[in-house]
Design a protein around this ligand. Sequence first.
Ligand SMILES: Cc1cc2nc3c(=O)[nH]c(=O)nc-3n(C[C@H](O)[C@H](O)[C@H](O)COP(=O)(O)O)c2cc1C
Length: 198
Amino acid sequence: MFYDAARNDHGLRHDPFKALVVPRPIGWISTVSRDGVPNLAPYSFFNAISTDPHIVAFASADKKDSLINAEEQGEFVCNLATWDQRDAMNASSTMVGPQVDEFALAGLETEPSRLVAPLRVKHAPVHFECVWLQTLPLKGRDGRQSYYLVLGEVLGVHIDDRFIREGIVDVAAMKPIARLGYHDYAVVDEVFTMKRPG
Ligand SMILES: Cc1cc2nc3c(=O)[nH]c(=O)nc-3n(C[C@H](O)[C@H](O)[C@H](O)COP(=O)(O)O)c2cc1C
């Protein structure tokens, strides 16, 4: 099949777009509000997009609390969401106001960051401490826009030492989860290796 993406006339039960760009890593973003309330939410329009400097990005449908806090306070943390914390990750996506601490809502323990104010998700095996760089409105050709891309530079990286073996990060042991379409997820618990030619 083929369909026109602007008209979105796929004729399927649900828009397949998000089921076709898979799996998407989940940036589990923690921030702090101007009133000092901790905030946590998952974003699957998320990725690492540069290593020099180290830059990550997440896209927010309209201006949600994570974006507002990241802009206002200039900082955010990306926590790695894993199989063990899948239910808490999902609970932290509950649409609640900025006065609600989603760490508490999801029953999560916190730990302080080293370089930034937002808290880290305790027991997450990886955390990126980030400073906000810029926010880009994602405008289409006709000027339509509802998403914003938030860019942050990574200042510091935490890796749980239990997952470092002989100088290599054992990703499969961490069991990161990733978003598919619909209500589906994938878990990375197996990897294969393929060297580049040349
Ligand atoms: C796995 C997962 C991925 C999500 N990805 C996004 C995303 O990329 N962009 C977005 O705007 N909302 C996304 N959401 C929904 C937000 O997490 C949800 O709206 C949340 O309440 C936003 O919280 P905040 O206002 O504290 O930032 C996702 C939800 C889940 C469960």
